[in-house]
Design a protein around this ligand. Structure first.
Ligand SMILES: *Cc1c(COP(=O)(O)O)cnc(C)c1O
Length: 246
């Protein structure tokens, strides 16, 4: 985990946010996409509730956290007015909390995780504790990095998991998620990763293995979100760029 940032003032956050929104808009324009087609998810794992409040006041509606435990207090404090995304790995013993706290879960990478979420979400729905099934993305380890979670970038494995998930009505699979390898020069490294994820999404839709269209591509972080928008991201997960001091 990166270290927590020192508290960051609202003016700094506002300036950073504007810069990120502008970069998303120009990347969208470059690829003839509508700027609203790529949703900004503010990754707040480095900061406390105050900075999240600043972002809410500035109109940000989507927040990403890596760990259920770290997020729980913030989510309870800030309430359900915004949309919470779990972007980090989920252990099955946290599936109940994950399904209760997050509206979108970006890190489903096995039948076990999908089934655990489905079962817990169904119980929560029956008890009236959640209103809609959590939206889930299948995480794909496109670059095959040993230190990352995610499925192999293999169409038949992805299609098989989608087929299995067709019967898990407690959750709804909405698309795919990936992270590009860390790089000082992301252009040649990240672009092929994002392009491949998009192809995998197209292949899954063409194979009709899931009863609903898969529309979401969660890809891009501070180092490479502009590239991701150019390559079709519908969600970018940006943390550091929002909280840096300069
Ligand atoms: C931390 C994290 C991000 C945000 O990273 P930044 O480089 O700070 O923008 C995005 N996605 C995932 C999965 C993360 O864990």
């Amino acid at each position: 985990m990166p270290e927590m940032f020192d508290p960051v003032g609202k003016d700094t956050i506002a300036r950073n946010l504007q810069r990120v929104r502008d970069a998303i808009a120009s990347a969208a324009a470059k690829s003839s996409r509508d700027p609203s087609a790529a949703r900004l998810i503010a990754v707040t794992k480095y900061v406390r509730a105050d900075e999240i409040r600043s972002l809410i006041q500035l109109g940000v509606t989507d927040f990403g956290e890596s760990r259920v435990q770290d997020a729980e207090k913030k989510i309870r404090e800030l309430g359900a007015a915004v949309h919470w995304h779990l972007i980090g790995h989920l252990q099955t013993n946290k599936a109940q909390k994950g399904a209760a706290l997050f509206q979108t879960i970006h890190s489903v990478d096995s039948t076990r995780v999908a089934e655990a979420l489905h079962k817990e979400a169904k119980k929560l729905t029956e008890r009236g504790e959640i209103k809609t099934p959590p939206s889930c993305l299948l995480e794909v380890n496109v670059a095959g990095e040993a230190n990352k979670f995610g499925m192999k970038p293999d169409s038949s494995e992805i299609h098989e998991l989608l087929r299995v998930c067709s019967s898990f009505d407690g959750i709804r699979i909405a698309g795919l998620m990936a992270m590009a390898p860390h790089s000082e020069n992301p252009e040649p490294v990240a672009r092929p990763v994002f392009r491949r994820l998009r192809e995998l999404l197209d292949e899954a839709n063409a194979a009709r293995v899931y009863p609903h269209p898969l529309t979401e591509l969660s890809m891009g972080m501070t180092q490479d979100y502009a590239i991701a928008v150019e390559e079709g991201a519908t969600m970018v997960r940006v943390g550091s760029a929002l909280f840096e001091k300069s």
